[in-house]
Structures are given as structure tokens and as C-alpha cells.
Design a protein around this ligand. Structure first.
Ligand code: MSP
Length: 500
């Protein structure tokens, strides 16, 4: 059995979950569910990033202790992921004991490796970014992202010898051992190495809310350094070595392009220093705007994923978010189009086809599956090939396109065959048509399962296939799983039409 370890970033708890966070998490869930379907042993990790000055300041502004603030906000993320049917195997909180112990072990390893040294540091620090920022990056003296002047920080810190590891990382990226995807992100990362990067400080003297450096009590671990380590502590590094050894290295770290530098350079360098294998793929998808504008509290255009679930249901939200623009590219989300797309793709698409086919099976054959027919067998095998190829390279939008095409193909078949006429003229052909359509919706259910798990289960139930998971993937993608004489049910509307 193959293993598949996938991660999302751990999200800052100073914010409520918004659809940017949901986007990455849903995408990771689709990949995790697809791999489980294939029979892989999957570990899917997500969680919250709870230390550092940004969180401490937000807690103070809310008149709460940092821990109380983190508990409340981390719970919000967990609740929203529940509502979105996210199937993570662990939700890692950086304030947990499990994380702290793993971080201590890892930092000690870095120390032993000789890759850490002490030095004075003076620089401009942007709390919003939780990083030092250069003069060059400022716009009118302000951080371009947070529109705030950075603070001048001067203190004694521990530094990590990043520069020593960069040539080796460039080699690993070029050879494909460390894959940075999509391709343009790989070039960006190689460009950063070429420009030259400084060693970075891994501790803070002035920050209080965080994990103490195990070999110096007066220093707190830099929040980004310990945050990256969630990817190993979340599977048991320093606590459950068996699980850790089973799943590490990660098969894919998924994130948006905003944090690629930390993942593609800082993290691999620290892993090399600690003598641990590197993740196989770092995939940075694009950043999206809302109706052409950056999502921000000030603009008031932040979309709450829970409100979307209330309006459309969790399956539709998952589908709608992932089908807005190619996965990997930047894009724009037009919130006003959600209802239109819901009605056309889901209510009139999959929902309508399913209820039409099942009610014809009921009307013409009393819901009894007719004799098998194999007209679509080869065609469907070809579609599964395309589906698997797209999933392999994380092209979730292509997967959605393949599903749409298969759905329209089945719609077209109904229109061409006109079962309502065949019912009067050719019962034998009608039986073939209904069998082909029933099998088609079974295949569609399987294809949509990673994206819309509840609806898929519902279709399987209507098809009297509630135990579908007892078959392996190879059997399921074969044509002809529905057995003649079995009973199917009439469907209720899977996606009731929405008016707006
Ligand atoms: N805490 C760090 C990550 C540490 S991982 C070791 C952090 N947190 S964050 O809350 O700011 O989350 C950033 C991530 O949220 C992005 O990389 C992306 O996954 C997701 N997104 C936030 N806004 C988004 C968009 N507008 N568009 C796409 N993804 C978005 O950075």
C-alpha cells in the first residue's frame, strides 16, 4: 500500500477563517480523498499557527489572554472545516505540547549540526508579515501589504546558516528531487537563490508569546521557524516516531504563492541541516481577488465560508470555489456568479441528470436495473485515464472540466436516444439506454466524490450501492458494476434550484 502525506499551511489565528483559507484546505481535501479512493494510506494535516507578536497583539486588542484567544479562534477554524467536510487526520495547534516537544527536539538537532550561530541583529520588522522587511520593499515608508510602518528591532538572536545550504537546494530543485510547482514558481525560487539570500534569525528576544529556545531561555523561537516544523510534529516527530517514519517526507505541501519562499528555501535548508529527507512537492497555487479587489477587512469584501455553506451547502461551496479559475494560476472570484453557476452546473447539470435517469428507471422498469450493456465501456475508460492524469499533476480544475464533459455527454445521449419514444417503439433499446445511463451516473458519483463527497454518497445510495467502498478503485472504475435485477431508488433534488 502506498502512503500519501499532504499538508495545508497552518493558518494564523488572528483572523477568522475566510474563503482564501478554505480554498487551499478544500483543494487539499480533494487530493486526500482521491488518494484514499485509490487505496493509498493517507495522512492529511492542517492546523493553526498561534504564536508570535501578531497573534499576541490581536489577543490584547480583544482583551483576552493569548491562550484564550487562540483557543477560541482555533476552534472557529475547526468548526468551519467540519462544516466543509474536511477530512484531515490531524489538526495541529502550535500551542500544543506535542508541537512544543517536537520543536525542541528539532532545534537541538539544528544546534548539534553546527548550523546555528549567535549574532546581533538590527532590522525593520513588520508584525503583519511576521518578518524582517528591507528598505527596498517599503512603499512610502510603509509595508506594501499592511500599510503600516515597520518597527526598528535591535537584539541578539540566533541565526541559521541559510547561505550554506542554498547551492544544494538549487541542485535538488534542478534535478527534480525537490519539485516546486507550478513551473513558473520553480523559476521564481531559483531566481531568489541567484539573487542571494542572507542567513535568517531563528529567535526573538523581544517577543514573549512563543516556544522558548531549548538551549537559551531568554529567546523565543521565531514564529515562522516553528510553524514550518508543524509538518513534522503533526505526524509525530519527537513523540510517535513510528508514525513519523511512516509518513515523512511529505508528498505535497500545498499553499498559495505568498509563502513559497519559506517553504521552498527556509524549510528545506533546515531539514537538510537536521538530516531529514525533503518534501517531494511544494505546490503553490495562485492568489485570488474578489471582484477584482484584494480581499481585505477594510474593503469589507471578505467572504465568510460559513455564510456560503448556509446558502449553497458544503458540496456546492467546494465545487464552486475550485471551479473559478485554473488551479495554480491567479484568478478572480465573482461572488455574484455563484448562484448562476450553481444553477447551471449543479442544479441543471449533475442534479437534473441524476433525477431524470432514476425517474426513467422507475417509470419504465419499476426501478429494476436492466441487462448490462457495454456501449460506453471504452469511452469511460478513456475518461478515467484523463481524470487520473489530471489528479496526478494536481490539475483540479481539469478534473472538474472532465466531469462536466462526461455529464454533458450523458445529457446528449438522453436527447439523442429519446427514451420516451423508445418506450413506445423499442423496449430492447430502451433497456440498453437506461443501463448505460445508470452506469454513467455511478461513474459520475465516483468522479465527483473527492470534490462533493455527500452528493456522491447520496447518488450511490439511490443506486443501491451504499457499500461501494467495499470495492477497490480498479473495480469501481470498470464498466458494468451495477448488477441487473438490483433495485434503484427515485432521487430527491440533489441541488434545489436557487433564485436570485
Ligand atoms: N501562518 C502562516 C503559514 C505557516 S505554514 C507553516 C500563514 N498563515 S495565513 O493565515 O496567512 O495563511 C496563508 C495561506 O492562506 C495562503 O498561503 C493560502 O493557502 C491561503 N490564502 C489566504 N488568502 C488567499 C487568497 N486570497 N487566495 C488564495 N489563497 C489564500 O501564512
Amino acid at each position: 500500500m502506498k502512503k500519501f502525506y499532504i499538508t495545508t499551511p497552518i493558518y494564523y489565528v488572528n483572523d477568522k477563517p475566510h474563503i482564501g483559507h478554505a480554498y487551499t484546505t478544500i483543494a487539499a481535501d480533494v487530493l486526500a480523498r482521491y488518494h484514499r479512493l485509490k487505496g493509498d494510506e493517507v495522512f492529511f494535516l492542517t492546523g493553526t499557527d498561534e504564536h508570535g507578536s501578531k497573534v499576541a497583539e490581536s489577543a490584547q486588542a480583544a482583551n483576552k489572554s493569548p491562550q484564550e484567544f487562540c483557543d477560541e479562534n482555533s476552534a472557529k477554524f475547526q468548526m468551519v472545516w467540519d462544516r466543509l467536510n474536511i477530512s484531515h487526520n490531524n489538526f495541529l495547534r502550535t500551542t500544543s505540547l506535542q508541537h512544543k516537544q517536537g520543536v525542541e527536539k528539532f532545534l537541538n538537532k539544528l544546534k548539534e549540526s553546527g548550523s546555528i550561530y549567535e549574532s546581533d541583529y538590527q532590522g525593520l520588522y513588520c508584525t503583519g508579515c511576521e518578518r524582517f522587511i528591507t528598505e527596498k520593499e517599503l512603499l512610502d515608508g510603509l509595508c506594501p501589504d499592511h500599510k503600516k510602518a515597520p518597527e526598528v528591532l535591535k537584539e541578539k538572536n540566533y541565526f541559521f546558516k541559510l547561505k550554506d545550504y542554498l547551492p544544494q537546494i538549487a541542485k535538488l530543485i534542478n534535478s527534480g528531487e525537490l519539485m516546486i510547482l507550478p513551473e513558473n514558481k520553480k523559476n521564481e525560487v531559483l531566481g531568489l537563490i541567484k539573487q542571494g539570500l542572507d542567513d535568517f534569525s531563528i529567535s526573538r528576544e523581544s517577543v514573549k508569546w512563543g516556544i522558548k529556545i531549548p538551549f537559551n531561555d531568554s529567546q523565543i523561537t521565531y514564529v515562522w521557524v516553528e510553524a514550518l516544523q508543524n509538518y513534522i510534529t503533526g505526524i509525530g516527530y519527537g513523540a510517535d516516531e513510528e508514525n513519523f517514519n511512516k509518513f515523512w517526507p511529505a508528498d505535497i505541501h500545498l499553499m498559495a504563492k505568498d509563502i513559497i519562499k519559506f517553504h521552498a528555501l527556509y524549510w528545506p535548508a533546515m531539514l537538510l541541516a537536521a538530516g531529514l529527507p525533503l518534501p517531494k512537492v511544494i505546490f503553490a497555487h495562485g492568489f485570488f481577488t474578489i471582484d477584482g479587489e484584494k480581499m481585505s477587512k477594510t474593503l469589507g469584501n471578505v467572504i465568510d465560508p460559513e455564510a456560503l455553506v448556509d446558502e449553497f451547502g458544503s458540496d456546492a461551496v467546494r465545487y464552486l470555489l475550485l471551479s473559478q479559475f485554473p488551479f495554480g494560476a491567479d484568478g478572480d472570484v465573482k461572488a455574484g456568479n455563484f448562484v448562476i453557476q450553481y444553477n447551471s452546473d449543479l442544479a441543471n447539470g449533475l442534479g437534473n441528470l441524476t433525477s431524470r435517469v432514476l425517474s426513467m428507471a422507475e417509470k419504465y422498469f419499476d426501478g429494476v436495473v436492466p441487462e448490462k450493456d457495454f456501449e460506453f465501456s471504452d469511452e469511460t475508460a478513456g475518461i478515467w485515464h484523463q481524470y487520473e492524469d489530471a489528479m496526478k499533476i494536481f490539475k483540479i480544475d481539469e478534473v472538474i472540466e472532465i466531469i462536466r464533459k462526461f455529464n454533458s455527454f450523458a445529457d446528449g445521449y438522453v436527447e439523442r436516444q429519446k427514451p420516451w419514444q423508445l418506450a413506445k417503439e423499442d423496449k430492447e433499446q430502451l433497456a440498453k439506454v437506461i443501463y448505460n445511463l445508470l452506469e454513467s451516473i455511478r461513474h459520475l458519483a465516483l468522479m465527483v466524490y473527492p470534490i462533493m463527497p455527500d452528493v456522491a454518497e447520496q447518488i450511490f445510495k439511490y443506486l443501491n450501492q451504499a457499500d461501494w467502498k467495499s470495492h477497490n478503485f480498479k473495480e469501481l472504475i470498470d464498466w458494468g458494476v451495477l448488477e441487473p435485477a438490483a433495485k434503484v431508488e427515485k432521487a430527491k433534488a440533489l441541488f434545489p434550484r436557487l433564485e436570485k
